[in-house]
Design a protein around this ligand. Structure first.
Ligand SMILES: Cc1cc2nc3c(=O)[nH]c(=O)nc-3n(C[C@H](O)[C@H](O)[C@H](O)COP(=O)(O)O)c2cc1C
Length: 316
């Protein structure tokens, strides 16, 4: 019922991508999503080439379905190395996050027969990536976990749909069948979810992280530059809240710098309550920790049921 051009393009059964999540989802999550009919995507985030090769091999041991590798543009050398490894190992799909990896990277991947899907935060980015030759774009709103722009998913998706000819997927704030269906109503041909996939049996999250997601309200995330320098939506921690509060009251630079150091120092702290993680506003909607297969099957079944009750709802 929800088979779209995105399914044909990527060789998947259901138009659901698992957004790459540094620290949120490794090989088990990626393989589980692909085995459930969607597309699992490995994060790389500038990590060592050896790790990427090991991860790709581990995913292939767990699934024979298509999967993706995410390239975060973190420097030309890192991007080139990642592109070369994806080509050498015949990765089926590459997604790009946060910014343009460069036309050269896109051309090389495409020439090797790899499908390229770019996550974009504005209409302008969507047009640029289409001009570079990517196969599809994920219009990701400011509600999303991880690096974000300022435009919300609800206006962004239809604007991008109107602006480009390639398929558009929606991301940012989607966590159940209602969001899945809404994406179709906005003109998208599929969705990408991150935060919702963190609350699954197969994710990389520790017990505290899972519990935190279950307890979070819609107001428990914020956007901060204190983690990486770019705007990241993450779980509100005392350190990040203090940094943002200092910025709001125009505190002296030395104080702001000190608070940023505290945020970065707390990143790897083992003390559970202080652990940093990106997360999206949809965390407030999460009430259970299912297996990936149950999550995806449940969304599809519920979406079909809801669509029945919506006269005139376009079926794809
Ligand atoms: C913990 C976490 C880590 C993420 N890491 C990456 C990443 O490495 N690369 C990337 O392109 N996007 C990353 N994202 C964004 C997701 O791939 C996805 O686009 C986003 O989570 C979708 O919005 P949602 O959280 O509302 O579902 C991350 C998101 C989260 C929550």
């Amino acid at each position: 019922m929800f088979h779209t051009a995105v399914c044909d393009l990527l060789g998947i059964r259901v138009p659901i991508l698992q957004g790459a999540m540094q620290g949120g989802g490794g090989v088990d999550l990626v393989a589980a999503v692909s085995n459930a009919g969607g597309l699992g995507v490995l994060p790389t985030f500038g990590g060592p080439d050896r790790k990427l090769r090991e991860d790709i091999a581990a995913v292939r041991e767990r699934t024979s379905r298509p999967f993706g590798v995410n390239i975060m543009p973190m420097g030309r050398g890192i991007t080139e190395r990642c592109v070369a490894t994806c080509i050498e190992l015949g990765v089926p799909v590459v997604t790009t996050g946060r910014a343009d990896p460069g036309a050269d990277a896109v051309h090389k991947l495409k020439a090797a027969g790899i499908k390229v899907v770019s996550v974009i935060p504005t209409v302008e980015h969507a047009r640029r990536m289409e001009a570079e030759g990517v196969d599809a774009v994920v219009a990701s709103g400011t509600e999303a976990g991880g690096h974000v722009g300022t435009i919300a998913t609800m206006p962004l998706v239809p604007m991008v749909v109107d602006a480009v000819k390639i398929p558009v997927l929606a991301a940012g704030g989607i966590g159940d069948a209602r969001g899945f269906l809404a994406a179709f109503a906005l003109g998208a041909q599929g969705i990408q979810m991150g935060t919702r996939f963190m609350a699954t049996v197969e994710s990389d999250l520790n017990a505290w992280g899972r519990q935190r997601l279950l307890e979070m309200r819609e107001t428990d995330t914020l956007v901060t530059r204190s983690m990486t320098g770019a705007t990241v939506r993450c779980i509100r921690t005392p350190e990040i809240a203090a940094y943002e509060e200092a910025l709001t009251r125009h505190a002296p630079e030395a104080e702001v710098t000190e608070l940023m150091r505290a945020v970065r120092a707390s990143r790897n702290e083992e003390k559970a309550m202080r652990r940093q993680s990106a997360a999206g506003q949809v965390a407030g909607l999460i009430r259970d920790v299912p297996t990936v297969a149950d999550l995806i099957d449940g969304i599809l079944a519920e979406a079909a049921r809801l669509a029945e009750r919506m006269p005139g709802m376009a079926r794809s």
